[in-house]
Design a protein around this ligand. Sequence first.
Ligand SMILES: CCCCCCCC(=O)SCCNC(=O)CCNC(=O)[C@H](O)C(C)(C)COP(=O)(O)OP(=O)(O)OC[C@H]1O[C@@H](n2cnc3c(N)ncnc32)[C@H](O)[C@@H]1OP(=O)(O)O
Length: 254
Amino acid sequence: MMRPVAKGLISIIRAFSNPNVAGILRLQTQWNSPSAFQNIRPLSMSLWPFSAQPRDFSLPNASWSPEMRRVYDHYIALCEVETIGGEKKTGPWRKLPSYNRTLKYAKGGTYLSKMIQSKARLFTRSIKEHGAAFEYVIFVNKQEKRCVCVFQAGRLLEGPPGHVHGGAIATMIDTVMGGLAACLSGPIMTANLNISYRSPITLGSVVLIHSALDHVEGRKTFLTCRVTSTDETKLHTEATALFVSINVGHLFGT
Ligand SMILES: CCCCCCCC(=O)SCCNC(=O)CCNC(=O)[C@H](O)C(C)(C)COP(=O)(O)OP(=O)(O)OC[C@H]1O[C@@H](n2cnc3c(N)ncnc32)[C@H](O)[C@@H]1OP(=O)(O)O
């Protein structure tokens, strides 16, 4: 008889592999469809095998500075455009939801939690105190194959006195570029990440992390990234990365 853990594992691999199941790692098909990003917001409810509605951690909270909120409002406004007749319709930008875990909400999660720590959390969403670490929200532009992340670095991310740790910056760059690569190419993993730190980022400040598709070569998706001040006059960091498309079984050693 098959053990429950094995059953759970098989069910989640099937869910990930099922072409009818569009998840956060399977946004490629949505990207190509006319209603492409309309599906992103409700994917947890209809297409992704979540059993409960997960909390979106990228919504405004009291720790957000006025600048963070201003830039957020700017991009939210770009998510909807008004037609000549005054009607509201979907704009070129979409806000990506951000959860602290995916497996917790997936079918088979109960069994899988015996294999994969049930208390595991997405690194960038693992600190509960609002504003203490990574406060961020990602907006994707489907037409231009690029995204912008609004990032406010909290006090627990200190590296040099009063400034953000290089590893925390790398984490955000990987998260943003990985998110865009997944949108474009489906399930991927970071194979290579090159970072040039050009100027330090003040702790507590808000920066923009811009990422764009460079090119795709078979299983390889190449992206570029720039971290700038919110007025885009100051360059903080530059990066290039290679993401390799994977079969999700790769994550489970099958
Ligand atoms: C919501 C939050 C999103 C966060 C996103 C964050 C994403 C992550 O951080 S992932 C975690 C960090 N990454 C990892 O742990 C990955 C570890 N590495 C691996 O698992 C594997 O090496 C993996 C999947 C990258 C590639 O392995 P595999 O599928 O066997 O591919 P492989 O055949 O070796 O390589 C495929 C192609 O990529 C190239 N390639 C692979 N690795 C590299 C590399 N480091 N540099 C350059 N090229 C590479 C190969 O040369 C090959 O090219 P070609 O097809 O032209 O010959």
